[in-house]
Design a protein around this ligand. Structure first.
Ligand code: PAF
Length: 286
């Protein structure tokens, strides 16, 4: 397995594989890899001849009061997991390799990025789109794999690729959960034992909301109220947002029947103590 922090070297390696007619799957990550990332790498491995993973905690997608400095990092453990899955290349650049001192070009989008996480993290998606565009240029793969846990990120990346005519297929993969329902996340490591137990309120509240949808409820405010009631019952939890949007374009809807393709995204962000966690379900009901 190749580990490189160098842009030119990495790009040349991917190009060489492609010259030999090999397909390349790419999994962009910020490291501290868990089962969720592993499932993305395994999908990439199944569907491509070669697999590349990037590990880069991208400073420009964190707000000034967010957790960039404390974001967990463990390259040795990450490399071992990549090796066990059969990853062929890890791109692990220093920040200076990605962002020269005079860096000043950003990729941004109207709509989509302003809802949900965009409300409390106004510069987050600009940072994600910028780094992912750069990564797609550095690692010109055939397919790139993203988790559905970050459903809005997945929608934003898909749209960016469409809008900019980028030559890469975006593959979304299902949420991977702990046995008790908590969605896997590198940020789960911030939780102490009491908070870890309280964090179950995310998946529990979504399960209640989903039950209501499945029983035929279409009124978004009623579904949101049901989810909010479960969350507010947990004393360590504080709601950032509970939203139901049309998954086609991440626009708010009042009734599920208004969704253009019948696919809705029910997404929540909840603080458990100081840790902000997200979770969601996507429902195609017609
Ligand atoms: O989902 C993530 O881990 C990050 O947002 C990504 C896509 C690797 C960009 O830094």
């Amino acid at each position: 397995m190749i580990i490189s922090g160098n842009i030119k070297e990495t790009r040349n390696q991917i190009k060489e594989w492609k010259r030999h007619g090999l397909s390349v799957g790419f999994v962009p990550t910020m490291g501290y890899l868990h089962e969720g990332h592993k499932s993305l790498m395994e999908a990439a491995k199944r569907e491509n001849d070669k697999v590349a993973v990037s590990i880069f905690v991208n400073p420009i997608q964190f707000g000034p009061n967010e957790d960039f400095a404390s974001y967990p990092r463990d390259l040795e453990k990450d490399a071992a997991l990549c090796e066990s899955v059969g990853v062929d290349l890890i791109f692990h650049p220093e920040a200076e390799e990605m962002y020269a001192e005079d860096f000043s070009t950003y990729v941004d989008m109207n709509g989509l990025t302003k809802e949900l996480c965009g409300k409390s993290r106004p510069t987050h998606f600009r940072g994600v789109q910028t780094v992912v565009s750069k990564l797609f240029h550095i690692l010109p793969a055939d397919r790139a794999y993203f988790g559905q846990k970050d459903a809005q990120q997945l929608a934003v990346i898909k749209k960016m690729v469409r809008d900019m005519s980028m030559d890469i297929e975006i593959v979304g993969c299902p949420i991977i959960r702990e046995a008790d329902g908590l969605a896997k996340s590198s940020r789960n490591t911030y939780l102490n034992a009491e908070e870890r137990a309280a964090a179950l309120v995310l998946s529990r509240s979504l399960a209640e909301g989903k039950k209501l949808v499945e029983s035929g409820e279409r009124d978004v405010s009623k579904i949101k109220k049901c989810i909010e009631a479960v969350i507010t019952g947990e004393k360590l939890a504080r709601i950032d947002y509970v939203e139901i949007v049309d998954f086609a374009d991440i626009t708010p809807i009042e009734n599920l029947d208004a969704a253009k393709t019948g696919e809705i995204l029910c997404a929540i962000a909840v603080y458990i103590g100081k840790t902000r966690l997200i979770d969601n379900f996507i429902c195609k009901y017609r």
